[in-house]
Design a protein around this ligand. Structure first.
Ligand SMILES: Nc1ncnc2c1ncn2[C@@H]1O[C@H](COP(=O)(O)OP(=O)(O)OP(=O)(O)O)[C@@H](O)[C@H]1O
Length: 630
């Protein structure tokens, strides 16, 4: 029996059109830690702890049989699931380590944010055939950090990620493919030393050949992608490079803390409506951007989106021009573009004007941008001269003509004889499944996201925090950063604690939701309403450090060390009121100083993961300064 079965191919009625018929979609069987997988090259991989589940598969850490460090991941799905099949074939054809290294050399890059596959194969788990691929292990995905920041990233960080993703795009497009699903959840930070500086674009389950010939809408692929970001071309079922750029544009807008119009209008369940909204948006992009950024559209965003809006469907993107849009801005504001990416928002972000706005109105900085643009242009032409001498067409794709001429169809994917598959035979119905399932999966993904957004919106409404909609900027200039990723995650947590302190009483009164596993009983502590897991820490003591698995509903999911300290605060509630409201001394100590830091990632010394624990704040604790009401 499959562990979980999901309905596939239903649910989304394209703009009120006929619903597609339902199919069942399987989740993989659980693989036990320590299991050895043999790939097609006879390399043995040992399964470590699971690090997450995607839409339809599970990701485990892994190491080579004789090694100790779990530096790899295994992505495993039932054999007849489509996305992993597509992803594996994409990796097999296009991401050879030698190609990645050549591209890095050619572009003078220290790193390139595309993974390479280390192995693949098939395995029987509980008598069910599964497919697996082995990839390098990366760090946190950007979406977690985005959500921890109340759906906003520092502007400089956004542009640095964009620059890295433009490199990744250029590499992917060079082989005749588009990624078609760029989003924060598919961008991972690196792992280990220097990992915080580089991001990697993962999940190639939707990768396909792009169109260079006729623009033929394909009903079978219409609306493929993650609905918020799906490009206008993808809405018509046509994979294009301009589509990839458009997807990136929508993400940039969102990362800067602005809600996309079709998200705001809550029409994500109607793909055709979303498609129309995007057509209208892109037809008048400067005006539409003004509505989203009332305090001034960041010039980078305006230039990039205008560039995308004027592209033809079969245009080869001008990667260098786009890079320069962001590079010149970063240069003009003298931003540091090396070192770890900074995910900490400056406090000014919550209330002040945008950096971009400030810059826009500042003639001197404008002049600086121009100067930087000019410099970069000159440098570019110099670079081209240098490359020209060694390569006849360095900036042109070097894909084989055979590939470049092929339109993306499942038949193309399957009939390619160059591949070195693990002797799998895929039937015609499997092929249909491959594409149908991924399509459904992506169409469904907005459904997965919306509860989180709803929860966040509720919290924002409850807490009177400035909504991301009103927030039109990200951070000020970033100073050089030498922090490690774990320190950064810790500082994120403390920033949010800081922010909480400064919020209105309504914020402090906001009640967090507790998610508990059934076999863990939580009991309120004597004072306040912090709850401690008595079964794991029977003699709870202040000043002690406990390691727990901590899931904030802003999606920071990690094993963390929580150092609990409680400080008594002077009682500010009168006895009468106290009596009337039922409050007493015991409940008048609302401030909990909780220090959270990420536990060491050392797999061998890691304490066992415990179920979800969340700290609660009681409504009764805080007194409104004017009314005296709690
Ligand atoms: N190489 C990797 N190293 C570390 N974590 C990874 C790696 N690849 C994926 N993950 C994590 O595993 C989870 C799922 O990954 P992925 O998106 O590839 O799966 P999927 O089944 O295609 O999911 P989706 O529903 O987003 O399409 C994500 O949380 C991601 O952060």
């Amino acid at each position: 029996m499959p562990r979980v079965a999901k309905v596939k191919g239903a649910a989304v009625a394209a703009g009120g059109g006929a619903k597609k018929k339902s199919k069942l979609y399987k989740m993989p069987e659980k693989i036990q830690e320590g299991t050895i997988l043999l790939d097609t090259s006879k390399i043995k991989w040992k399964i470590g702890p699971s690090i997450g589940t995607g839409g339809f598969g599970e990701i485990y850490t892994a190491c080579k049989q004789d090694e100790k460090n779990y530096d790899y991941v295994v992505k495993c799905e039932p054999h007849d699931n489509g996305p992993l099949f597509v992803e594996m074939h994409y990796y097999m054809r296009n991401t050879k380590l030698s190609d990645i290294n050549n591209f890095k050399r050619e572009k003078g890059l220290k790193n390139l944010g595309v993974p390479h596959m280390l192995g693949h194969g098939s395995v029987e788990v509980n008598n069910k055939k599964h497919r697996f691929i082995i990839l390098p292990r990366y760090g946190s995905d950007i979406n977690k950090l985005f959500l921890s920041n109340s759906r906003c990233l520092p502007e400089i960080t956004v542009y640095r990620i964009v620059l890295q993703m433009l490199d990744a795009y250029e590499f992917i497009h060079r082989f005749g493919y588009v990624h078609a699903d760029l989003k924060a959840a598919n961008i991972l930070l690196g792992n280990g030393k220097g990992g915080g500086e580089q991001t990697y674009l993962v999940d190639y389950g939707l990768a396909s050949h792009y169109t260079t010939k006729d623009f033929k809408p394909d009903p079978k692929k219409m609306h493929n992608g993650t609905i918020q970001y799906t490009s206008r071309d993808a809405h018509q079922g046509v994979p294009t490079r301009r589509g990839d750029f458009e997807i990136m544009g929508y993400n940039i807008i969102e990362w800067l803390g602005v809600e996309l119009p079709w998200v705001k209008e809550k029409i994500l369940a109607a793909p055709v409506k979303v498609q129309k909204a995007k057509e209208a948006f892109m037809a008048n992009v400067s005006m539409e951007l003004k509505k989203l950024f009332p305090q001034g559209t960041p010039p980078t965003v305006e230039e990039f989106m205008n560039y995308v809006a004027q592209m033809k469907y079969n245009d080869e993107p001008d990667y260098e021009k786009c890079r320069n849009i962001f590079k010149s801005y970063l240069k003009a504001i003298k931003a540091t573009i090396s070192g770890d990416l900074d995910f900490k928002l400056k406090k000014a972000v919550l209330s002040g004007p945008t950096t971009s706005t400030a810059i826009k109105s500042n003639a001197k900085t404008k002049a600086n941008i121009k100067k930087a643009q000019l410099l970069l242009k000159n440098k570019e032409s110099d670079d081209n001269k240098i490359v020209d001498s060694s390569s006849p067409t360095p900036s042109r794709p070097v894909k084989s003509t055979a590939k470049s001429k092929v339109n993306v169809t499942k038949e193309n994917l399957l009939s390619d004889s160059e591949e070195n598959d693990d002797d799998e035979v895929i039937s015609a119905s499997d092929e249909d499944d491959v594409f149908e399932s991924k399509r459904f999966k992506k169409n469904q993904s907005f459904k997965n996201l919306s509860p989180g957004r709803k929860l966040l919106q509720k919290k924002i409404a409850a807490s009177k925090i400035i909504s991301p909609l009103n927030r039109t900027k990200s951070s000020d200039i970033v100073t050089p950063i030498s922090k490690t990723l774990s320190q950064k995650i810790a500082s994120l947590a403390s920033t949010s604690a800081e922010t909480n302190k400064k919020r209105s009483p309504a914020v402090l009164n906001a009640k967090a939701h507790i998610k508990l596993s059934p076999h863990i009983k939580m009991t309120p502590s004597g004072s306040g309403s912090t709850v401690i897991n008595n079964h794991i820490t029977p003699n709870k003591k202040t000043g002690k450090t406990y390691e727990i698995n901590f899931e904030l509903d802003v999606s920071m999911d990690a094993n963390v060390l929580v150092n609990v300290k409680r400080k008594k605060k002077p009682v500010t509630i009168s006895q009468d009121q106290s009596d009337a409201s039922g409050a007493n001394d015991e409940y008048s100590t609302p401030v909990k100083r909780v220090k959270v830091r990420k536990a060491e990632e050392d797999e061998n010394n890691r304490s066992p993961r415990t179920p979800y624990v969340t700290v609660k704040k009681s409504k009764r604790l805080i007194q409104s300064p004017k009314s005296g009401r709690p």
